[in-house]
Design a protein around this ligand. Structure first.
Ligand SMILES: CC(=O)SCCNC(=O)CCNC(=O)[C@H](O)C(C)(C)COP(=O)(O)OP(=O)(O)OC[C@H]1O[C@@H](n2cnc3c(N)ncnc32)[C@H](O)[C@@H]1OP(=O)(O)O
Ligand SMILES: CC(=O)C(=O)O
Length: 529
């Protein structure tokens, strides 16, 4: 399949215009390299006329060779009433030294007269002069026709003239922008089709998401003949963002057989999206199509039964195609099929008809009834199954713990925990200070157990969430504690429920430690075999 749709990523330019996003030069370089690896054709990386950071980025990028992507600088047409060579922003644009340049210009007559406050003819000259000037300097020009769809509706003749000015200036691409993001797919289709049929140059699409239509509008423009899709990798951008390329790309590639990125790079879609999110310091919406954590998670018992029989019964595509994974969630709406896959990890001989399977489902449902939630706590589920099947031996015995809380301004730590545990008939007592009782308890427990299990030195908590379950009871309410732990290689989640927050935390902590020790034993056994 040859690349027949050109992907133009503007995560680093329009994406950086999103509230809450601010990339450092280092961040921008990392994201550029990830996008290059992914095989997008253009990386629009900033506006050199805007700020020294963007200029510094382009300077640094001169030393970095990209394998595939074409680095693109972005800027506006020259200001009204001045020659191109005197325009400061254009001179900065040249300093970026990229072969490809995206120039945006006004296509909506209202914006010309009321926002940049010039004449309609002068705006046409601004577009043509700017593009011709840059073209003369050896640049390839992508013309972003800002507010093109609004302009077309308001004054079709003028909007089309702005495109003609760009073509006359020497633009390679005409990119139609739904800048205010309020259009619907049918209108986008019709207007794009008219442009595609009217000009000899290639057409692209740039949609904002203010009406929640950016992806649909982008696809619609492609159906009308657009050959370039602009967007940002996670939909970042001004206001409600831009077309999300992590949805656009698989939609085009898997549903419309239009190749967008290199060969098997689609399998890196999820990891690339998550990497970019991490650098941007934002959490990905769990329900994001294709790449979200829930995109292929199944909860209803009947759905899981269906997926086990045939994946496509409840999945629009196979998750492996986009590098995501299928997940089955344990809950009170689970049936035996859901739990069976977990039980079989412990005892492969158990079948759907076995009494044990039903007993374990009943147990999990009872736990859910008192406040447990197993969806994000696979480690606790495995331990419960083991206990029920008699395949569990405790790694230690708790003799007691005590926590002293203090609120002393002079003390670095606010709590101290004392603990006594017994391992193989040997007692160990330890004390630890912590920021809060749970932190102190966690430290004290691990300190005591590390004497017997040194591998616990690598374990630390990465997330700790508390949810109050029956809020009517205020401070006497039941709480659910979810803990995420890691040993630097693996990540696992455990859950505890109690009316006492420390007890709930303790249950989740103990599960976390026991799970780690159990997995280490399993790993050693596998290595031995
Ligand atoms: C639809 C889009 O996303 S377009 C990209 C929008 N992105 C950004 O604005 C982020 C980067 N922008 C910036 O850093 C700054 O706006 C700068 C450095 C480019 C300009 O800053 P300033 O010179 O202080 O101007 P300011 O931002 O206040 O106003 C924008 C100016 O650009 C002019 N302008 C806007 N669009 C265009 C255009 N297509 N062609 C020429 N001039 C334009 C406006 O008329 C206004 O000029 P005026 O001050 O003479 O009225
Ligand atoms: C160019 C651009 O970002 C827009 O019109 O939305």
């Amino acid at each position: 399949m040859k690349n027949n749709i050109v992907v133009f990523d503007t995560t680093l330019r329009d994406g950086a215009q999103a509230e809450g996003i601010s990339f450092s030069v280092e961040d921008k370089i990392k994201i550029t390299l990830a996008l290059d690896k992914m095989g997008v054709t253009y990386v629009e990386a900033g506006n050199p006329g805007s700020n020294p950071k963007d200029l510094e980025y382009f300077k640094r990028m001169k030393e970095i060779q990209l394998k595939h992507a074409r680095l693109t600088a972005f800027g506006s047409t020259r200001r009204a009433g001045i020659p191109v060579k005197d325009d400061k922003n254009l001179q900065s644009l040249l300093k970026a030294n990229t072969k490809d340049v995206a120039i945006f210009g006004k296509s909506w007559d209202f914006h010309v007269t009321d926002i940049i406050k010039t004449s309609l003819d002068e705006n046409l000259s601004m577009i043509q002069d700017t593009i011709a000037y840059l073209k003369n300097k050896g640049k390839n020009i992508i013309f972003d026709a800002e507010h093109f769809f609004d302009g077309y509706k308001n004054n079709q003749e003028y909007a089309m003239k702005t495109l003609k000015a760009a073509v006359d200036g020497g633009a390679e691409w005409l990119v139609l922008c739904d800048t205010n993001g309020g259009f619907f797919p049918l209108e986008i289709f019709e207007i794009t089709k008219h442009v595609v049929d009217s000009f000899p140059v290639k057409v692209g699409i740039h949609c904002h998401n203010d009406g929640g239509m950016a992806v649909a509008n982008t696809i619609s423009a492609v159906e009308a003949g657009a050959q370039q899709v602009q967007g940002t990798f996670l939909g970042f951008g001004e206001r409600c963002g831009n077309a999300n390329l992590s949805t656009v790309i698989p939609n085009l590639q898997l549903k419309r057989q239009k190749s967008c990125i290199l060969g098997n790079q689609l399998q890196n879609l999820t990891s690339t999206a998550r990497y970019i999110a991490e650098i941007a310091n934002v959490s990905i919406n769990e329900r994001e199509p294709y790449i979200g954590n829930c995109a292929f998670s199944h909860k209803g018992g009947m759905h899981i039964d269906g997926v086990n029989k045939a994946h496509h019964s409840f999945e629009h595509v196979n998750p492996t195609l986009v590098g995501n994974e299928r997940r089955f969630l344990m809950s009170e709406v689970s049936g035996r099929s859901t739990v069976l896959s977990e039980i079989r990890k412990v005892d492969p001989s158990i079948t759907k008809e076995s009494d044990e399977a039903q007993r374990i489902i009943d147990l999990l449902k009872e736990y859910e009834h008192v406040g447990y939630q197993f969806e994000g706590a696979e480690a606790t589920v495995e331990l419960l199954i083991r206990k029920k099947l008699g395949k569990y031996k405790p790694f230690f015995q708790l003799k007691y713990y005590k926590i002293i809380g203090e609120d002393q301004a002079s003390n670095e730590y606010s709590s101290t925990a004392y603990i006594k545990v017994n391992v193989n008939n040997e007692d160990e007592i330890s004390i630890a200070e912590g920021n809060g009782p749970v932190n102190a308890l966690d430290k004290a427990l691990r300190k005591a157990l590390e004497v017997f299990y040194p591998e616990l030195k690598d374990v630390h908590l990465t997330d700790y969430k508390v949810r109050v379950l029956d809020t009517n009871d205020a401070t006497a309410a039941t709480v659910r504690v979810l803990i995420e732990s890691t040993d630097g290689v693996n990540v696992w989640n455990t859950v505890g429920v109690s009316t006492d927050i420390i007890k709930a935390s303790w249950i989740a902590l103990v599960d976390s430690i026991e799970y780690k020790l159990l997995k280490d034993i399993e790993q050693k056994k596998e290595a031995f075999l």
